[in-house]
Design a protein around this ligand. Structure first.
Ligand code: FES
Ligand code: FES
Length: 133
């Protein structure tokens, strides 16, 4: 199966790539299947994700899913962002080849890790809110 046009677009022109000064939270996750790494930065104001940036040391599918995921959580509440699944991101990209499904998990986990870090910085235990990452 080939990559969809949306995947190719988000791979070639990824949205929200970069770093952030003074983020509200930073999450870094690694993919046990391939060793690829992703770092996600979030800015949270009044419970809303007002900005998000990511950097990926990983494959094209990881870049495309992260790019799409950042677009999908920008402007959303923390609760909405935590509900974003890798399946929803894949659907928004018109699908991924089966061998690349694990790449989409990285974005979902990185968002959760960044929000968990945000809670930790407030002295709040993130586990009941975010779950295990
Ligand atoms: Fe080769 Fe991810 S394992 S690009
Ligand atoms: Fe590792 Fe895609 S091959 S994230």
């Amino acid at each position: 199966m080939a990559y969809s046009e949306k995947v190719m677009d988000h791979f070639a022109n990824p949205r929200n790539v970069g770093e952030m000064e003074n983020p509200s939270g930073v999450g870094e996750v690694g993919n046990p299947k391939c060793g690829d790494i992703m770092r996600m930065y979030v800015r949270i104001e009044d419970g809303v994700i007002t900005d998000v940036k990511f950097k990926t040391f990983g494959c094209g599918a990881a870049i495309a899913t992260s790019s799409m995921a950042t677009e999908m959580i920008k402007g959303k509440t923390i609760e909405e962002a935590l509900k974003l699944t890798n399946k929803a991101v894949m659907e928004a990209l018109d699908g991924l080849p089966p061998v690349k499904v694990h790449c989409s998990v990285l974005a979902e986990q990185a968002i959760k890790a960044a929000i968990a870090d945000y809670y930790k910085r407030q002295g709040i235990d993130p586990t009941p809110l975010v779950g295990e990452i």
